[in-house]
Design a protein. Sequence first.
Length: 312
Amino acid sequence: MEAMRSTGIDVAPLVAPADQAAIDVFIERLWAEDGLAQRTLAAYRSDLQGFARWLAQQHSNLLNAGRDAIFNYLAKRVEQGCKARSNARLLSSLKRFYTSRVPREGGVDPTALIPAPKLPRGLPKALSEAEIEALLNAPDPDTLLGLRDRTLLELMYACGLRVSELVQLPYAAVNLRQGIIRAYGKGGKERLVPMGEIAQDWLQRYLHEARPALARGTAPEALLLTRLGQGMSRQMAWYLIKRHAQTAGIPGSRISPHVLRHSFATHLLNHGADLRTLQMLLGHASLSTTQIYTMVARETLKRLHAQHHPRG
């Protein structure tokens, strides 16, 4: 209900049983056939339940909703301040639901003639190499938690990991001898990522000095542990990044959950890496997703040219 309150749309408190059953079947199919991550499945469920609740107020349901109902719901969300990107995701969820259902159950797809909105693709935020250096140096490695945080930051920047990938990283996924990490990306897809010597040295120090003390005699599965000896959450890792960025003097507007991942990709391109290699390191299914970083690198080169060329 919290997600629906944030849209400002009054909704019925419950989803109709038939609609809830259809949503459950759809989510189960997505999980079984596509292996989507739980966060992605939860987003689909939230979008569909929100639409179903609104339909209940209109004395309708998911199974007989028409195109007009979808347009009216999107318009209502816009009136209440929902962003274009949020509505685009909702429409994507509805399209996936109906295109999956119609071939199996019959009927008409109400989303068939609704075009997907074209959204401007924003450039990822990347820190400069000097800012990255300041961020990495922010934790105090002479303390247990400071050493853990330095290792967290080093691994994220050296390997280009998502925050969720890092906190889910099991201790068994690390191979110090070969200097690689077995990361598990979206949909549980596995990839091998090299650490680099510096991150490898910090990880080795963390494993010898900090992790045994944090584990308190237990054998937790997670690589990075909290002071209670448990694996940390994605929210906690993000909080630590923001806190150390503040210590490093980096403005909050330049920090995002993916800031180290974006910086990893941009700096690799700036130093001559090719897109195919970067795609493999980032775990992107499509090269087009990786190509966005060429725009960031291009903007950096233009700025350097303007600053340093006599005719810039």
